[in-house]
Design a protein around this ligand. Structure first.
Ligand code: AMP
Ligand code: MG
Length: 329
């Protein structure tokens, strides 16, 4: 049988990405263009404008990379949520446009579930607990009885947004995570911060306020504050992830999301896994951050419900991981 090719469109937040993958799990292209700033953060309307401006170029580059023509595509998928509406709409419209143009079906997929499925595919983990630490999302997810259940999550902002907010406060642009990681490497002294784990959930907004007050007081080295930020919030994530592993009896931890690119977070997860004789799986950075391949692969898995007539196909900015029935397992 001829292999089937899916084109996936990611546009939930800062990144407009197109990934192309075959149903035999061969990645043909992964091309993105991300919104960045020198100063200041993400403004929803500006994301939509950015994605609209770059979409044709990203598509052209992706097809060139994959060495295929648009007509070789058999299925289109796009991330329908969760995400920022003005950004999501660009992906929805582009997916419908391409699907009409080449007369192939289209399917909307959940962004968080896509992170989990691409991680499983690329690392060959079987039944992991996913620590999904991204810009807007922070969730501990694992499969149980037909759905990917959320065992713990942030009660306010995502960990990436929290880190980016602090970076913005001290005058850095978006994304702030890699810059904070660099500064943290030069930190020597741990400065005590609130440690906020409530049951299985975490919260960052109080820690952000505390960090701002400490920064304004000029009593602390910025490197020490960045080091303490990482040590504190990463420990919170590792604690909750470990408890989810103990509760479910699962022996695999999978990382996902842009914050999971952080080497110190990876190291802390590795220590925890070693201590409990579990295995840590970390996909390459290009698949940790938002990208189209994640979306394309979940498109392949969910291809059966794709539609040519676009009926009911829409964005779902507030869709939750456990809204999705996992019918492809
Ligand atoms: P995502 O939304 O999954 O694409 O992830 C984007 C988020 O990851 C942003 O908040 C970035 O600041 C953050 N990020 C990227 N690289 C790092 C890093 N090395 N350390 C911490 N955060 C990071
Ligand atoms: Mg993401």
């Amino acid at each position: 049988m001829k292999e089937s090719i899916c084109l996936g469109i990611e546009s939930t937040a800062h990144t407009f990405g197109i990934g192309i993958i075959t149903d035999r799990s061969k990645v043909l292209a992964n091309v993105s263009d991300s919104f960045k700033t020198v100063k200041g953060g993400l403004i929803p309307h500006e994301l939509g404008v950015h994605h609209d401006e770059v979409k044709d170029k990203v598509l052209k580059n992706a097809l060139e990379k994959a060495k295929i023509k648009l007509n070789d595509i058999n299925l289109v998928s796009f991330s329908q949520g969760p995400g920022i509406a003005p950004a999501l709409i660009v992906g929805l419209r582009f997916a419908k446009y391409i699907s009409k143009k080449i007369n192939v079906p289209v399917v909307g997929v959940n962004h968080c579930v896509a992170h989990l499925e691409i991680g499983k595919l690329l690392t060959k983990s079987k039944d992991p607990v996913l620590l999904y630490a991204s810009g807007a999302n922070t969730q501990i997810i694992a499969y149980e009885s037909g759905k990917y259940r959320i065992f713990g999550e942030t009660l306010d902002q995502g960990i990436g947004n929290f880190i980016d907010s602090f970076a913005r406060y001290i005058g850095m642009g978006f994304p702030g995570g890699p810059k904070i990681e660099k500064l943290a490497l030069k930190g020597k002294n741990y400065v005590e911060l609130p440690y906020v784990v409530k049951g299985m959930d975490v919260s960052f907004s109080g820690i952000l306020t505390n960090l701002k007050v400490k920064y304004d007081s000029k009593k602390y080295r910025i490197e020490d504050l960045c080091h303490s930020l990482q040590e504190t919030v990463f420990a919170m994530l590792v604690e909750v992830a470990e408890r989810a592993m103990a509760h479910t009896g699962k022996k695999e931890l999978l990382l996902g999301g842009g914050v999971a690119c952080n080497k110190r977070l990876q190291e802390m997860c590795n220590i925890m896994c070693k201590e409990r004789k579990a295995k840590l799986f970390v996909p390459e950075n290009q698949f940790l951050v938002d990208n189209g391949v994640n979306i394309a692969w979940l498109g392949i898995l969910m291809g059966k419900i794709a539609k040519r007539n676009h009926k009911g196909i829409d964005i779902k900015p507030y869709e939750r991981t456990d809204d999705i029935k996992v019918m492809w397992k």
